[in-house]
Every structure is written in C-alpha cells, then in structure tokens.
Write a protein that binds this ligand. Structure first.
Ligand code: GDP
Length: 301
C-alpha cells in the first residue's frame, strides 16, 4: 500500500499515458514503439535505458508473435522488473551478525539526507536493532539540530560536537560511544556541500579512515541519498560521488513527489549501484526497502 500511494504521481502520469497509447494504437507497430519510447523518456527513464528496453521489447514481440498492443503490457512489466533486478544481487543492508554495523550516509544538501537517516534509524529499530546517530555534518547551519530532532523522534542517541568542528573527530567520539554502549548500528551523517568538491571528498576520506581504523571492515555501507525529483541531476551527483567514494547503495527520496519515477530505472541501469531504499514521504515510516517486483507492481496496479 505504501508503494501504491507513494507512486501515485508516476503511476497516474506514466500508466495513464500508456493506457491511452495502447487504446489508440491497438496494433503494435513502429509508430507505437516510437511513442512508447518518448513516453519512457518523459518519465525520466533515461535514453540509454529506454533504448535497451525498446530493443528488448521489440525482440519479445517478434518472438511471442504479439500483434495487439493490449498484450504488450505484461511484457513491459516483466522487462521493467528484469531491468531493476540484477541477478544474484543483494539489495538488503549489509548488517553484521556479530558486532557493530557502521553506515555512512552521503549526499548533497537538500536531497533528504537527514530525513532518510531518521527514517532508516526507525526502520532498523523496527527490525530489533539498537541505533545511534553521528552528527557528522558540522558544516551546514542547523544540520546538527535537525538530526537531534530526528534522534528524539525515533528515540536514538545522537553524538555531536559543536558546529564547525572536525567531522573526523565527531566520528571518533561516536564510534567510542557506540562501542561502549554496544549499539547494533551506527548511522553517520556527513556534510553535503558539493560546491567545494575536493574538500568534501577529502573530508569523506578522512572520516572513512577513522571508521576503518576503529572498526575493522567498516563502513559496511556507504549509502548515497539522491532526490528523485531532480532527475538527471541526481544521475550526475551519483557519478560525482561514485568517482571518489565507493558507494554501496542508493536511497532514492521523494518518489512520492514526482511523476518521473522512471529515474529508478535509469539509476539502476546506468550506474550499477543497487537502489536499497526509496523515500515515499516525510514521515518516519515512509522509507521502504526497495524491491523491483513490488515497485513495478506499484506502478501498474
Ligand atoms: P538534507 O539537507 O539532505 O538533510 O535534506 P532534509 O532531510 O532536510 O530534507 C529536505 C526536505 O525534503 C525536507 O522538507 C524533507 O521533509 C523532505 N523529504 C525528505 N525525504 C522525502 C521523501 O521521501 N518524500 C517527500 N515528499 N519529502 C521528503
């Protein structure tokens, strides 16, 4: 249901238009594919992904001898799911069986990083984990306070220093506190200014080094938060972060706020980083683990 409601805008726009297309054409032909292609591109699926999808669909249509546009819809669902689901890939969090799991959360200001950390903490608590938060964004005004608000809301301790302090020092403190209190998961916020790319990346590397030193094998996840409403901008942010930090998963926020949910396909296909969570609203339980089948089902039902 969360999926259904959260994807309403995309569904209304994308599926509505597709139904109209199916109704108008009736027979599968070159023009139909051309319009379908345009429709997918307008839903932010991304040109390379659309091209591949259309080629696959054409093959299937030939193979299965499909003539009616009405018969092509289930094939589209099937192929979308295949695009989103890489075989053998694990989209769940790498939670450690023994000892603490450290999750580093990165992303540009405004994408929903703080909110996602709060929601993720809540999600993990629901799974029976104890969670602590590290206020590693010491740069943006209000970032620490905002994280504290989320900490209070979900009932998780927040380790912080004053604004402007060294994020690596905050991380060190947080790691000590998390070890002492034997928390299951430590979620670390980081600064998100991309204007000064070099400094930001240096800072991230320094924070990572502290984490690696204090907890061997950590960070277990580096989650990149992207805003679905920013379309191709989100793609270029992912490429920038991907060049400097090893990103293990994506949290795609604000899918409820866009009709262009096709961005999930572009991200999955073009970036080769699994989407692990999607944000479908502003409340604490509006974060869902990403599942391809559920997502496609939510798009069409
Ligand atoms: P940050 O600067 O990256 O930490 O961004 P924030 O966490 O402060 O979020 C920016 C705005 O986006 C806030 O108003 C959030 O409530 C909102 N937001 C975050 N995630 C979602 C989401 O999944 N859906 C919607 N509709 N809003 C979101």
């Amino acid at each position: 249901d969360k999926f259904k409601n959260g994807l309403e805008k995309t569904r209304d726009s994308f599926v509505g238009k597709m139904n109209e297309l199916v109704y108008r054409y009736r027979k599968v032909d070159e023009d139909f594919f051309e319009e379908l292609e345009e429709l997918l591109i307008s839903a932010d699926v991304g040109v390379p992904t659309v091209m591949e999808l259309i080629d696959t669909l054409k093959d299937e249509v030939r193979l299965r001898n499909i003539k009616d546009t009405a018969d092509i819809q289930p094939v589209i669902s099937e192929k979308l799911t295949e695009l989103l689901e890489k075989e053998g890939e694990d989209t769940t969090l790498a939670l450690q069986e023994n000892g603490m799991t450290v999750i580093l959360v990165v992303g540009v200001n405004g994408v929903g990083k703080t909110t996602s950390i709060g929601k993720l903490a809540h999600y993990l608590q629901q799974e029976g984990k104890s969670v602590m938060l590290a206020a590693g964004d010491t740069f943006r005004a209000g970032a620490i306070e905002q994280l504290e608000v989320w900490g209070e809301r979900v009932g998780a301790d927040v380790i912080k220093q004053q604004s402007g302090s060294d994020p690596a020092a905050v991380m060190y403190d947080a790691l000590q506190a998390a070890k002492a209190r034997q928390v299951d998961v430590l979620i670390c916020d980081t600064a998100g200014r991309l204007q000064n790319k070099v400094n930001l990346m240096k800072e991230l590397e320094k924070v990572k080094r502290v984490i690696e030193r204090e907890v061997p094998g950590a960070p277990h996840e580096v989650l990149l938060v992207l805003d679905a409403t920013t379309g191709q901008n989100a793609m270029s942010q992912a490429k920038t972060f991907g060049e400097t930090t090893e990103v293990s998963g994506i949290v795609l926020t604000k899918l409820d706020g866009t009709a262009k949910g096709g961005i999930v396909l572009a991200i999955r296909h073009e970036l080769d980083i699994p989407v692990k969570f999607i944000g479908l609203g502003e409340k604490m339980d509006d974060l869902q683990p990403f599942q391809a089948e559920q997502f496609v089902y939510g798009l069409f039902k």
